[in-house]
Write a protein that binds this ligand. Structure first.
Ligand SMILES: Cc1cc2nc3c(=O)[nH]c(=O)nc-3n(C[C@H](O)[C@H](O)[C@H](O)COP(=O)(O)OP(=O)(O)OC[C@H]3O[C@@H](n4cnc5c(N)ncnc54)[C@H](O)[C@@H]3O)c2cc1C
Ligand code: SF4
Length: 485
């Protein structure tokens, strides 16, 4: 085990974040590098508890106590092998995962959890720096072909597993660049895109082919895909956004978060030769939705030079401590402060927007809100609490309702379930033989760690379908859920 007394003698310590005034002047990631010796001491806090609940907390089943021990001993090479054994892309999860493993850490029963996510991130970054993350092409090809539709983390994980198993894999992506929400949803200050690009380069080196600006179902039909490939993996995400059809919705200045964020990402990489058409510079911004997507809008708006930003949430403010009804080892609903929240803006809870307000030029000027309370499971307006917030830009960050209803679904005869997600069996296969569903498209809007777990598991289903043998690891079943009460 790691340091037998580490959890008693070493307090939990995260790497420092860059000062707010500096990081608002650029788009770079916010964390500074922790000296390796400090990280080793943090890994040494793992008590090797015997029944590691962190395994249950992590959808990938990452072998956390093993690589904590290896990093504590300084065995970086073996540590990255143990990490890559269960996670294709630890540099994505190490930066972006909300770390349900830490909520399930045994040290966290009556203390501060091990900084698992940071150990994961540093383990893989040390390997990239040492040049040991290299393409791993298969020894021989199977002669089978697979089309993966969508290049988010689910599609990428499935593609990497299947390429390494010897199948010839082409990834089709309708956007101009590969990566799904990692590319155009998640801002540069949370994960620099060079991190994505170097992993794509590894995949190209292994033989995975990428076809961008091709919309499956439009530029290539379901029939053509089925004729050309032995299996098709549908990894199109759950990008159908939730709208707010209240009076004034058509005023110019009201946009969806995912209409706004891609421009911010292009701006951060100097990929625009003009000003971003949807831009917060010099504007009073209101974000509707208190979640992570809203926080990404907040950090982007502050970097663009918004004059004010308010983030509104209909739910009450969560408590600072774990609620009694959400005991260890579940992932609790508590008040969380994202890096963007440290940088500015105001968070307002228990309010609902009643109307968008505008002028006779059809321009947004503000929103009418009121306080709400929960009555019999429904939000009701509290009379007399109406208020106007002046705004030039409103961003809707209220979640997603499932995959878009593209012609692809009809062409591939894919069924949609009652929640709007795509139906699949226990092997991730739809009712159409050889057509598999993976990631948010089947699960609904979720997390990167689940998308990778789905991609790995669906690849096992595809490989068994093509080869007739169970050869690849299955991480989760399609119906697996996070640890909840
Ligand atoms: C703004 C935002 C921030 C987020 N931040 C985090 C975070 O910090 N941490 C975290 O864990 N999760 C985060 N999430 C959630 C996470 O990004 C998703 O759960 C994850 O990306 C899902 O992966 P996926 O591969 O299933 O789908 P996606 O990443 O959505 O990728 C689907 C891809 O399919 C493509 N596509 C769709 N239709 C077609 C078609 N017909 N033909 C070809 N291509 C098609 C799309 O263009 C897209 O590139 C965030 C989500 C959003 C919206
Ligand atoms: S992927 Fe997420 S849950 Fe799993 S070990 Fe990493 S931070 Fe924890």
């Amino acid at each position: 085990m790691a340091d037998p007394k580490g959890f008693l003698t070493t307090p939990r310590e995260l790497p420092k974040r860059r000062p707010v005034d500096l990081r608002l002047q650029d788009w770079r990631e916010v964390y500074q590098e922790q000296p390796f010796s400090e990280l080793q001491a943090q890994a040494g806090r793992c008590m090797d508890c015997g029944i590691p609940f962190c395994h249950q907390g992590c959808p990938l089943g990452n072998l956390i106590p093993e690589w904590n021990d290896l990093i504590w001993r300084g065995e970086r090479g073996t540590a990255i092998d143990r990490l890559h054994a269960t996670n294709n892309f630890p540099e994505f999860t190490g930066r972006l995962c909300p770390a349900p493993c830490e909520s399930a850490c045994v040290v966290a029963i009556n203390g501060d959890a091990v900084t698992i996510k940071q150990v994961e991130l540093r383990t893989v970054e040390e390997a990239w720096s040492a040049g040991t993350v290299v393409p791993l092409p298969p020894d021989r090809l199977s002669g089978k072909t697979v089309a993966v539709l969508g290049s988010g983390p689910a599609g990428l994980a499935a593609a990497q597993q299947l390429t390494r198993a010897g199948h010839t894999v082409a990834v089709y992506e309708r956007a101009d660049r590969v990566g799904g929400l990692l590319r155009y949803g998640i801002p540069e200050f949370k994960m620099e895109k060079s991190v994505l690009d170097r992993r794509i380069a590894q995949m190209i080196g292994e033989g995975t082919r990428f076809r961008t600006s091709v919309e499956a179902g439009v530029d290539i039909t379901g029939n053509q895909l089925r004729a050309r490939y032995d299996a098709v993996v549908v990894a199109i995400g759950a990008t159908q956004w939730r709208d707010l059809p209240i009076p004034g919705r058509s005023f110019s200045g009201v946009y969806q978060a995912m209409e706004y964020l891609p421009w911010g990402n292009k701006e951060s990489l100097n990929e625009l030769d003009q000003e971003a058409p949807i831009n917060a510079a010099g504007k009073r911004v209101v974000i509707l939705g208190g979640g992570d997507t809203g926080a990404d809008c907040l950090g982007t708006a502050l970097r663009q030079g918004a004059t004010s930003v308010a983030q509104l949430e209909i739910m009450p403010r969560p408590s600072d401590e774990r609620p009694v009804a959400q005991p260890w080892p579940t992932y609790p609903m508590i008040y969380r402060v994202a890096s963007a929240h440290e940088e500015g803006g105001e968070r307002i809870y228990s309010v609902a927007t009643q109307e968008f307000l505008g002028n006779d030029k059809n321009e947004l000027t503000g929103i009418q809100i009121s306080e709400v309370q929960l009555v019999d499971g429904r939000f009701e307006e509290i009379p007399g609490t109406g208020e106007i917030i002046e705004a030039d830009l409103v961003l809707l960050a209220m979640g997603f309702t499932g995959p878009e209803r593209s012609p692809l679904l009809t062409q591939l005869e894919i069924d949609v379930d009652e929640r709007g997600n795509l139906n699949r069996d226990e092997n991730f296969m739809s009712k159409t033989p050889g057509v598999f569903i993976v990631g948010d498209a089947g699960r609904g809007q979720s997390l990167i760690v689940w998308a990778i777990a789905e991609g790995r598991s669906a690849a096992a289903g595809v490989d068994a379908y093509l080869s007739g043998q169970a050869r690849l690891p299955v991480t989760i079943s399609p119906s697996a859920k996070s640890l909840t009460v």
